[in-house]
Design a protein around this ligand. Structure first.
Ligand code: KIV
Length: 271
């Protein structure tokens, strides 16, 4: 008898239920099929195809240069590697800010061409029309407040946001608005832990933090950072689970040495 074990897919409802019962949400980024397959089969709840692909995959200094076509390429590769996780795609810089019609068209392209389950975009009240129009097409939207890297040239630095009362109050207000507009979840990046906790307690949608402390409903890290592949990046919030920069380097050096010494391939490694 063959036992058919059905995989229970994570949905936006699953995340709401998790928040209600106090179960933390684990989210990681992915940009390609192979990594997505490993992460998905590890049991992560949400995979984010972040525009951090602009940094870690393409080597750009900021997230601004990545295009909608490039995000769709990464998104499709990740979706093909996932059978359980909810897959959310960042709307890249320039694909949603000009007007709500363009935002909707960008989100529709992502959903149609990649098979993803929803989109994420940065900002609060200023992107209200874009969020609402995307939602009218039945596309789930995740918000993103705090350090929003697409605005890096406005901020000037990647330091902690909303340390001053005025910015903290605006952030809390924006979080409430995003919930009212209909966002299904919210990412808070690099803000004081006490403020992030207050936001998570003030709204009913799940709040997922990166550098926002442990009082929120879940955590997200950039996979290449938590695996220690990006060894020159050391923010306080980053926990490294491996040092792949070093172990991959050692493997590459060993391979080079084996080729040069004619140790590879040996007799068993040829036809
Ligand atoms: O692009 C990204 O990877 C992100 C996460 C840091 C939340 O937006």
């Amino acid at each position: 008898m063959s036992v058919h074990k059905e995989i229970k897919k994570v949905t936006t409802n699953t995340l709401h239920e998790m928040k209600k019962r106090g179960e933390k949400i684990a989210m990681l980024t992915a940009y390609d099929y192979t990594m997505a397959k490993i992460i998905d089969s590890s049991g992560v709840d949400v995979i984010l195809v972040g525009d951090s692909a602009s940094n870690v995959m393409a080597g750009h200094e900021t997230t601004l240069p990545i295009t909608l076509d490039q995000m769709i390429y990464h998104a499709g590769s990740v979706v093909r590697g996932c059978s359980r996780a909810l897959v959310i795609i960042d709307l890249p810089f320039g694909s949603y800010q000009a007007n709500s019609k363009e935002a909707l068209m960008s989100a529709i392209r992502i959903m149609k061409e990649s098979g993803a389950h929803g989109v994420k975009l940065e900002g609060g009240a200023e992107v209200k029309e874009s969020i609402q129009r995307i939602l009218t097409a039945g596309i789930p939207v995740m918000g993103h407040l705090g350090l929003t890297p697409q605005s890096i040239y406005k901020f000037g630095t990647y330091t902690v946001r909303a340390k001053e009362e005025e910015e903290a109050e605006r952030l809390l207000e924006d979080a409430k608005l995003l919930e009212q507009y209909g966002c299904f979840a919210l990412v808070l990046e690099k803000i004081p832990a006490a403020l992030a906790t207050k936001v998570a307690e003030s709204i009913s949608i799940p709040v997922i933090g990166i550098g926002a402390g442990g009082g929120v409903d879940g955590q997200v890290l950039v996979t290449h950072d938590m695996l220690g592949m990006t060894h020159e990046f050391h923010p306080r919030f980053l926990r490294r689970y491996l040092n792949l920069y070093e172990s991959m380097g050692t493997a590459f050096q060993q391979y080079i040495a084996d080729v040069k010494s004619k140790d590879f391939p040996n007799e068993k490694e040829q036809y």
